[in-house]
Design a binder for this molecule. Structure first.
Ligand code: HEC
Length: 183
C-alpha cells in the first residue's frame, strides 16, 4: 500500500464519519421533541370516581321495564317476536315447540305450562309456582336468559335493547284472554 492509497482510505473513512454525523444532526433536528412540562402521563378520569360510579350502577340493579310499557309499541313487538317464533307459539292452546307455548305468559307462574318438560334450572327458578312472569322478570330473562336463569334450556342470546324488550312485552301482554293491567 503506497502513501497515496493510505490517503484514499483515510479520506474515505473521514467522508463516512462526516456523512454519519450529518445524518444524526439533521435527524435530531427533524425529530426533536421538547421535554414535557410535566413528567409522566396525566390520567384524565379520576379512578376513584369511576369505580364508585360502576358500583352505584350495579347496586341500582337492572333498568326497570315498567316505565317504558305505557308508551311501548305492541305492533313493533310482534316483529321482535320473530326472534322467538322458531321455538315458541303464542296462540291460545298452541303447541309446545322447542320452548313452551307463551299464551298468557304475563303473570303466568314460571315453568307451569302443561306438557312441557322444563329444565331443572327453570323449575328451581319457579319455586313451585311462587315465581310468576311479571313484567320485570320477563324483561330480565329476555335480556339475558342464561345469565338470569343459569342453566336454562332456552338457547337464546337475549334482546339487549330495553326499548325492543318493552315493545315485545307489550305484544306478549296482548296475547291473553284478559291482558294483565299495565303497571
Ligand atoms: C332456541 C329456542 C328458543 C328461542 C329462540 C327462544 N326461546 Fe324462550 N324458551 C325456550 C326453551 C327451551 C324454554 C324452556 C327453558 C327451560 O326449561 O329452562 C324457554 C322458556 C321461555 C320462557 C319461560 C316460559 C315458562 O313457561 O316459564 C319465556 C317467558 C320465554 N322462553 C320467552 C322467550 C322470548 C320472548 C323469546 C324471544 C325473544 C324466546 N323465548 C326465544 C327456547 C327458546
Amino acid at each position: 500500500m503506497d502513501s497515496f492509497e493510505v490517503t484514499k482510505v483515510v479520506g474515505g473513512l473521514l467522508a463516512a464519519v462526516f456523512v454519519i454525523f450529518t445524518v444524526s444532526i439533521v435527524s435530531d433536528a427533524i425529530f426533536e421533541s421538547p421535554a414535557p412540562e410535566q413528567e409522566g402521563f396525566v390520567i384524565a378520569a379520576a379512578e376513584g370516581e369511576s369505580e364508585a360510579g360502576a358500583e352505584a350502577k350495579e347496586e341500582a340493579g337492572p333498568e326497570p321495564i315498567a316505565p317504558l310499557l305505557a308508551s311501548a309499541d305492541a305492533a313493533a313487538g310482534e316483529k321482535v317476536f320473530k326472534k322467538c317464533a322458531a321455538c315458541h307459539t303464542v296462540d291460545d292452546g298452541g303447541a309446545n315447540k322447542v320452548g313452551p307455548n307463551l299464551w298468557g305468559i304475563v303473570n303466568r307462574p314460571a315453568a307451569s305450562h302443561e306438557g312441557f318438560s322444563y329444565s331443572a334450572a327453570m323449575k328451581e327458578f319457579a319455586q313451585g309456582g311462587a315465581t310468576v312472569w311479571d313484567y320485570e322478570h320477563l324483561s330480565e330473562f329476555i335480556a339475558a336468559p342464561k345469565k338470569y336463569v343459569k342453566g336454562t334450556a332456552m338457547g337464546f342470546a337475549g334482546v339487549k335493547k330495553i326499548e325492543e324488550r318493552a315493545d315485545l312485552i307489550a305484544y306478549l301482554r296482548t296475547l291473553a284472554t284478559e291482558p294483565a293491567p299495565l303497571p
